[in-house]
Ligand binder design. Structure first.
Ligand code: FAD
Length: 533
């Protein structure tokens, strides 16, 4: 099956042609027999130096648009070999999925960025090869996809052909499979299915030594666990085997409001405790967000509340001026359409939101999953998408959420947020502790995502400096109060900080690095390890 996959990828092969590889460290690359293209074109180099965060800009020496998995192998092998000799000079290699990192994580200096979307003008996109049928004794279905594939394409392919879909999502689908699996991949389904890294059966990985290895729970398991949540440190994911389920047809999407934080979190925690129940007795997605300013009930991630039914926040008893919105969904199809109303009603009855603040909409499953893209298009049309994004994502232990609320939502943030603030709990046991990702040491922990945009609006509270300062204040506050948060999509500058981040997992992480990328060639944009040349 994989041979066939490679065949498809190599049909459009062509050899590297008139590229000037006069730079000493690239001498070896002139002899690489590539199916794709190694580009020194200034506009390609510039594009590779950008990311969604818009705050870091590091230009690589070249960009590889791979035409096959062999191109990835050849390039990494060449980087590994060239680092042997000082006279030949070494170079680094970073995979770039869709460049939606915040702090330059997919960038590299003195090296080559591999644009995992594939050949220019002939991307891999949409060329996933589903493999259906019994996978194991329980008959689970899966799809094999190229590591640079976007989740939106994985969804469209598996849905259109077979009515199937992955189980665990991110809120936004224009992210690459390899990029989210290198972090965790979370959304409102994580309480139930675990993060995306808990929904992968097998990977093909090109290690920092240039070896192409297949890995899973049973085969090369150290590599498998290391790469999942591994921040690109141990290898480049070229294929992922992702768990699928029967896709629902429609979604009932509900938002309810709270003014009391402890009531809000109790309800969220109750809802995620239902993960083991039959699907008729639980919601399929549990998220939430914080509203610290009037007008943000509709935020950029999705305009939801109908303008003909505006919420007058001032009319609600908001106590200290902060509202909390619980966001839940229930999936259904033809066979359950006649019971959905009753099931939703029964679940809502158990919750303690402010009466008369139930806002409901109903839409096709794909439209729900792709909701953030609609907001993206709107923001793009107003020139508000390509702006700096000093995002801060934290995992906060459940036991300290009330302190976090007091100090951050009702304290440091003031009454301006400059973007949505997500907050939702997850169950720790749905996360495999052997993976590289770091989460708090409590059975339940929350994601708090401050997804803010810096604008040149003349308002001080919207500037990049102001938002960065607030992020530092939040981290300092947690430090001083002993709130043991862990950064999600972490960003640090020194190895000391990284050691602190990984805590008990640091030695395992270091050993995996020595084993799979001993020369520290890969993903240097994470600033965890320096290349050894
Ligand atoms: P890139 O930024 O290209 O790369 C990220 C890191 O992974 C880099 O270190 C890179 O070298 C490495 N990498 C990339 N591809 C590979 C590969 N094939 N093999 C090995 N390493 C690789 N995250 C969530 O969990 N949930 C969300 O709901 C969510 N929503 C988001 C919404 C938006 C609008 C944005 C901008 C980001 C969101 N994210 C979310 C964060 C996102 O998951 C990460 O930023 C992810 O890394 C982005 O994927 P990418 O393909 O753009 O990765």
């Amino acid at each position: 099956m994989f041979k066939l996959y490679l065949l498809v990828l190599t049909i459009s092969s062509y050899l590297i042609s008139t590229i000037d590889l006069s730079l000493g460290r690239f001498d070896d690359l002139q002899w690489l027999d590539l199916n794709g293209e190694l580009s020194l074109d200034i506009s390609d180099v510039k594009t590779a130096s950008l990311d969604f965060g818009g705050m870091n800009r590091v230009e690589p020496l070249a960009v590889l648009y791979p035409g096959s998995v062999n191109d990835v192998v050849s390039l990494v092998k060449s980087a590994y070999d060239s680092s042997e000799s000082i006279s030949r000079g070494g170079f680094t290699v970073s995979a770039k999925g869709h460049g939606h990192s915040i702090n330059g994580q997919a960038q590299t200096r003195n090296g080559v960025v591999i644009d995992m979307s594939g050949l220019k003008g002939n991307r891999f996109r949409g060329k996933t090869k589903p493999v259906l049928g019994a996978f194991n004794k329980t008959g689970e279905k899966y799809v094999d996809v190229w590591g640079g594939e976007l989740w939106i394409d994985v969804l469209q392919w598996s849905l259109e052909k077979y009515g199937l879909a992955p189980k665990s999502w991110t809120d936004y689908l224009y992210l690459s499979v390899g990029g989210t699996l290198s972090n965790a991949g979370i959304s409102g389904q994580a309480f139930n299915h675990g993060p995306q890294i808990s929904n992968v059966y097998e990977l093909d990985v090109v290690t920092g030594k240039g070896e192409l290895l297949t890995c899973s729970e049973d085969k090369n398991s150290e590599l498998f666990h290391g790469v999942l949540g591994g921040l690109g440190q141990f290898g480049i994911i070229t294929r992922a085997r992702i768990a699928l389920e029967q896709a629902p047809q429609r979604v009932r999407w509900i938002r309810v409001l709270y003014s009391d934080f402890s009531v809000f979190t109790q309800d969220q925690e109750y809802l995620i405790s239902l993960h083991g129940k039959p699907s008729s007795e639980k919601f399929d997605y549990v998220e939430g967000f914080v509203i610290v300013e009037e007008g943000l009930v509709n935020n950029w991630r999705s305009s939801f509340f109908s303008p003909s039914n505006p919420i007058k926040i001032s009319s609600l008893n908001t106590g200290e001026g902060v509202l909390y919105c619980l966001e839940i969904t229930k999936n259904y199809d033809e066979s359950t359409a006649n019971t959905i109303d009753k099931e939703v009603e029964a679940l809502l009855k158990k919750l303690n939101f402010i009466p008369s603040t139930v806002f409901t909409t109903d839409l096709p499953y794909v439209d729900f999953l792709d909701r953030v893209h609609k907001a993206e298009l709107k923001l793009r049309s107003k020139g508000l998408w390509d702006v700096p994004h000093p995002w801060l994502n934290l995992f906060v232990p459940k036991s300290r959420m009330a302190d976090f609320d007091r100090g951050v939502f009702k304290g440091i943030l003031g009454n301006k947020t400059s973007g949505p603030i997500l907050i939702y709990p997850m169950n720790r046991h749905k996360w495999d502790q052997q993976s590289s990702v770091v989460i708090p040491d409590e059975d339940t922990f929350y994601l708090v995502a401050l997804l803010r945009s810096a604008l040149d609006s003349g308002e001080e509270t919207q500037t990049l400096d102001h938002l960065n300062n607030q992020n530092h204040q939040i981290l300092n506050f947690c430090d001083e109060e002993g709130i043991k948060v862990k950064q999600y999509l972490p960003s640090y500058n020194t190895q000391e900080e990284w050691k602190n981040h990984f805590g008990d997992k640091w030695n395992m992480f270091l050993n995996r690095k020595m084993r799979f990328d001993p020369k520290h060639i890969l993903a240097t944009g994470q600033r965890i390890f320096q290349p050894s040349f």
